[in-house]
Design a protein. Structure first.
Length: 217
């Protein structure tokens, strides 16, 4: 699989969201962060807005749930149009059961881990998921700087995925820009989430193309 770019609307203009979504139609996935103000200290959007986004986006929705009780809520996001749903290992009560439920609904399933969370518990259940999201900043806010210490964790996940011989994707999210995308790709990531780098530019679509080019090395 080649490198995939997932523009994150966390850094988009929420007053002109349809405009900004259309501007990044050359992305592979539209990354949508759902925060509840409990699991992370920020609050963004919920089911009604995600449902409407799914109706207007021309690229699939990659929903990242930074919420408590994903066991209850994650299936609802598939129902309203998410093609991919990622939940946090730290928040799920029964991650294997939830992953199997979401897959049974036809969605791609990701498991996310925060920078300080050990990667080993995720590797033990790797086959249950389609993607591992390694957070390269503490989740909750856009515009942060990539934590360099997360690069070894990306390498560990990539090594485990390669040894398993599956098609599991390695996603990174947090502080990714044209200046450092090469380092996370070299570490093993193949799905790149970027928010402020894309929507903070004068031409978001051109920035998506630049990230894709820089990822090739």
């Amino acid at each position: 699989m080649g490198i995939q770019i997932a523009p994150s609307i966390l850094s988009a203009d929420f007053v002109n969201l349809a405009r900004d979504i259309a501007a990044v139609a050359n992305g592979d996935w539209l990354h949508v962060d759902v925060m509840d103000g409990h699991f992370v200290p920020n609050f963004t959007i919920g089911l009604p807005v995600v449902e409407r986004i799914a109706e207007v986006s021309t690229i699939p929705l990659d929903v990242h749930l930074m919420i408590d009780d994903p066991d209850r809520w994650a299936p609802r996001y598939v129902e309203v149009g998410a093609s991919s749903v990622t939940f946090h290992l730290e928040a799920a009560l029964a991650p294997i059961r939830l992953a199997r439920e979401l897959r049974g609904m036809g969605a791609r399933v990701g498991i996310a881990i925060r920078p300080a969370t050990p990667v080993e518990p995720t590797l033990e259940i790797l086959s249950e998921f389609d993607m591992v999201l390694v957070m390269t900043v503490e989740p909750g806010f856009g515009g942060q700087t990539l934590i360099e210490e997360t690069l070894p964790k990306i390498r560990t996940v990539r090594s485990a995925v390669d040894q398993a011989g599956g098609e599991i994707m390695v996603q990174v999210d947090g502080g990714i820009s044209a200046d450092n995308i090469g380092r996370v790709v070299e570490a093993g990531a193949n799905v790149i989430v970027a928010g402020s780098a894309i929507f903070g530019s004068d031409d978001p679509g051109a920035e998506v193309s630049l990230l894709r080019e820089r990822a090739k090395g």
